[in-house]
Write a protein that binds this ligand. Sequence first.
Ligand code: ATP
Ligand code: MG
Length: 140
Amino acid sequence: MAIERTLSIIKPDATRRNLTGKINAKFEDAGLRIVAQKRMKLSIEQAQQFYAVHSARPFFGELTEFMASGPVVVQVLEGEGAVLKNREVMGATNPKDAAPGTIRAEFAESVGENSVHGSDAPETAAQEIAFFFAGTELVG
Ligand code: ATP
Ligand code: MG
């Protein structure tokens, strides 16, 4: 499988509980390399733009307000099949459905406040990485 890059976001529920290091350990233990990382606070406008694909969903307001409610850590993960591998490490969207040992099974508080975001395909990964990072900020 090819080396890929994917965008990850450690969400405000996780930064609030000081879980950045524990979540990063899950990525690194799975063989994913953190090749870019920054902590930032999203504006409502940035959250709406990032999650524009969900703008018609009933939870859009809740989701974007939550994502702007506190610090996030945006990061680029690199590795073999990184997009899918990260989705496996994250676990299902709803922590009740997430497999044991996954980030969401261990840390997520609810389907909305579920600790991490991960790109869902190589094409969206490229777009999402470009949303937050300049090419010069990715150091593999
Ligand atoms: P993400 O895109 O954040 O990695 P995902 O791909 O597992 O998560 P999506 O279906 O893309 O899930 O939903 C995006 C985000 O919207 C979810 O991570 C969650 O925070 C929120 N969300 C999804 N479904 C619901 C819901 N039913 N109620 C509240 N929030 C939801
Ligand atoms: Mg998604």
